[in-house]
Design a protein around this ligand. Sequence first.
Ligand code: 0RQ
Length: 508
Amino acid sequence: MHDRIQYSKLLDLLMPAEQAAALVKPGMTVAMSGFTGAGYPKAVPGALAALMEKEQAAGQSFKIKVLTGASTAPELDGVLARAGGMELRLPYMSDPELSRRINDGEMEYLDIHLSHVAQHAWFGFYGKIDLAIIEVVGVTHDGRLIPSSSVGNNKTWLDMAEKVIIEVNTEQSAAMEGMHDIYYGTALPPHRKPIEMTTADQRIGEPYLRVDPAKIVAVVETNAPDRLSPFAPIDETSTQIADHLLDFLDHEIRAGRLTDKLLPLQSGVGNIANAVLAGLARGGYKGLQAYTEVIQDGMLSLLKDGTLGFASATSFSLSSDGIEEFNKHVEFYRERILLRPQEISNHPELIRRLGAIALNGMIEADIYGNVNSTNVVGSHVMNGIGGSGDFARNGYLSVFMSPSIAKGGKISGIVPMASHVDHTEHDTMILITEQGLADLRGLSPKQRAQVIIDKCSNPEYRPMLQDYFDRAKVSSYGKHTPHLLNESLAWHQRYIDTGDMRTAPGTD
Ligand code: 0RQ
């Protein structure tokens, strides 16, 4: 442990997780590290959950508010949710137990754009932050923290929290030191200055997180891997989606709107995004850059074969194979990857300046291109908006991708009206399903609708969509964005009632 904690004063604060967890009191707002299953505290949350369960068994309520970077893991979100210990959680999440509690209405969940979380905390929107629990790789001799496999909101949590608990995880590779770029130039309006970054590979900060040592109340040693994120095998559907994207990029190069270096790529989370990245390797590109949030397995492969020359992100989200690959070739990857705070990786100013190509998954899109990334049948939150809005609104291109159907065809990915809107028709430029690609740039709503129906919808649902659109064009109250309001969400209601969006034969 001494080689990981070179700031000797902190050695006096080493304690078991149970002792550190006892510093957490009911009602506290606790900010934790962690982003897409990487770099989250692995011991204190579990000890805290045990404490909560004990208190609750004795009839005492013990709940806290939990702020993180993005999703964490069963050892954090899972245990605290199971203990019924969270009254509120923000932002993006993916833990099944946490999701169940949220969707059963047992706790509050705030789904915030990932670039907004830090500044909203600074604006005071979430109140006082009592405690930060942050995983690090080590502590330097002068007390600075070597960040772990994600940066997320850690800078903000360390700056704002009244007290800090550090988890030093010896399982995380010490060779990660130097892979981070922590920017300390952010200020609050009206004192903000431009962020002087003009390329995705530029360093603008420093490799370490600063912390006032006087705030540190506990140091806990851990030795556990990050959550592993297995991906579904790359199937025909995602390969077709990737192929449509590649054709489109070629088309853009031929039209002179992109060069063969493209523009910095952002890739969302999920199976489709991962498969699309892997597909890019087939495109024959070399030396591309990524300006994104998450480094998934697909991105490591692209770095390895030279398709990508550099990737800027805030976190890893790797499978066990991906972690093994990263650890084996860490020297190679540390030259080609920078991890930044999420307010920088997702900063609208930088995304707009760099001209990122935003590639994100979706749950459904409607015929006008409004995209639902978060709420199944308008009410059951899947994961959250994550950074998709940061990139879609500000990118040079905003692309949304999904299979044209879900649940074996019982659900259409293209619907008359989105049951929840995360990205409006004004943000969506390109929609891709395995059926085809709809280029919506420069099109009016009615033109968009016809292209989306023709190119993206599944043949099984296409006649239903065409019928809806044709009748809407005739009977809609207004004729700019035609809708039949009494049936625009009928497909979703039918799914709730019958488990299938398709019209039963002989009805309707
Ligand atoms: O569920 O596995 O139970 O069958 O959704 O669907 O097709 O595997 O797609 O893994 O790419 O995820 C939008 C969730 C897509 C993701 C979403 C069901 C489907 C399956 C997954 P099952 P696929 P993906 C940067 C960007 C928001 C955050 C974001 C996401 C499951 O892309 O979370 O983009 N995006 N962040 O069956 C009901 C539909 C459905 C549906 C799919 N229409 N109705 N269920 N599913 N379509 C990263 C960060 O911000 C951190």
